[in-house]
Write a protein that binds this ligand. Structure first.
Ligand SMILES: [Fe+2]
Length: 399
């Protein structure tokens, strides 16, 4: 009965996601494209904007080129650098207050997924005054947000192209998933120059997040020809470039490749949603504080192996795309090679295999919530039992 409910919900969510109106953003690519984006801000006639970022990025000097380009073209700016990891609604309100008092006409977000999510919400809150609850859910707001420009500094979340933001309630600490196609930025710069200083650990974790988006999107029952093309391209780029970007941060070809990979993976999963890997990873974040990319990497090969036969043909496609095997080797063999390649990649990238302080007593809650999240939101290839998911999560204590 529960499976039937999950299938029905997945069907409704799938069609809702497909039918949401989306304006395709304008994307600038390559080194120094962030500066081209700033020139575009001036060309569009904006006189004052807000730069949304975090304190580390602002004090590191990484934004100097962006600020200089805006100044050169006569665009004034205010800076809000108070975004923290897993941004809470009070940070969104504080940023929006700056937009209001400084009379900013557009938002430029420069940062990782947390900064981009917070900036998306600030742009929406400015034109749709309300509480966090008034945004929580699918397509809840009426008005378009302020014009939004996104410059990601990590290659992973894909938030620059997705219609979602996760904002934490500062009182209850609940993470509210906000889905609204009006939040998709109008302009995006995929600038490897701005990503080259990303430390190896962050490069690895965010890259594995992008890989998880691509794999879960390709396995999703909501996938379409265009999302499949984007997911396959992302997987190919990640297997080609992630290891290089990790071991040599200044390898600009690899950084470019990873920036594109994260973008394509985002373009895929924003239309198909994700799956059990994310369902479990979100709970590991909530219970153990495990960073999102690390949590995905801990369970990605284990979850896709557990799907079994129903995922073999899809995983075989990805093995071929990643250059791990040849057509004609048989789906089960290729799927096995792909899973092993992820395990090997995870090891090469020196990613942790266990969350800190995962207690046996927490496992049933993690499993229950992952089942609920996947059942409510994700068109997974096969619904797994409580026992199957318990085996995967319990394996994290024994890894
Ligand atoms: Fe993710």
């Amino acid at each position: 009965m529960k499976i039937l409910y999950f299938k029905l919900r997945a069907f409704v969510v799938t069609w809702l996601m497909r039918l949401l109106p989306r304006n395709p953003p304008i994307v600038f690519k390559g080194s120094n494209s962030a500066l081209t984006l700033c020139e575009q801000v001036a060309t569009l006639g904006f006189e004052k904007v807000i730069l949304v970022t975090d304190n580390f990025l602002d004090s590191s000097g990484l934004l100097d080129g962006i600020k200089g380009t805006l100044e050169k073209h006569g665009v004034q700016f205010a800076v809000f650098d108070g975004v923290l990891p897993d941004p809470a609604f009070d940070q969104v309100q504080a940023g929006e207050a700056v937009i209001r008092t400084e009379r900013c006409q557009a938002v430029i977000a420069v940062g990782g997924g947390s900064v981009l999510d917070a900036a998306k919400m600030m742009a929406m809150l400015h034109t749709n005054p309300g509480t966090l609850d008034s945004f929580d859910g699918i397509q809840k707001s009426k008005n378009p947000g302020l014009p939004l420009f996104a410059i990601p500094t990590t290659a992973g979340t894909g938030s620059e192209i997705t219609l979602a933001a996760v904002i934490t309630d500062p009182v209850t600490h609940r993470k509210a998933p906000i889905v609204d196609s009006k939040m998709i930025p109008g302009y995006i710069a995929l600038d490897a120059e701005i990503m080259k200083g990303m430390p190896p650990g962050i490069t690895a974790a965010t890259g594995m997040d992008a890989l998880t988006h691509a794999v879960e999107s390709y396995l999703s029952k909501a996938s379409t020809a265009s999302t499949e093309e984007h997911a396959v391209t992302a997987v190919r780029l990640i297997f080609k470039y992630l290891q290089r970007a990790f071991s040599e941060g200044g390898d600009m070809e690899a950084r470019d490749g990873m920036a594109l990979a994260a973008f394509y993976a985002g373009a895929a999963f924003t239309k198909t949603s994700v799956g059990y890997v994310h369902g479990i990873a979100h709970q590991l974040g909530r219970v153990c504080g495990t960073p999102h990319g690390n949590a995905n990497a801990m369970v990605l090969p284990e979850v896709i192996a557990a799907y079994g036969d129903c995922a073999h043909a899809r995983l075989a496609d990805l093995a071929v795309a990643a250059g791990i095997g040849q057509r004609g080797e048989g789906d089960a063999s290729l799927a096995g090679k792909f899973i092993q390649a992820i395990i090997d990649l995870r090891k090469t990238l020196e990613l942790p295999l266990q969350p800190k302080d995962l207690k046996a007593v927490d496992i049933p809650g993690i499993v229950d919530e992952a089942i609920k999240e996947a059942g409510d939101l994700y068109p997974v290839p096969r619904y797994m039992s409580e026992e199957e998911l318990t085996r995967i999560v319990a394996g994290l204590r024994a890894a």
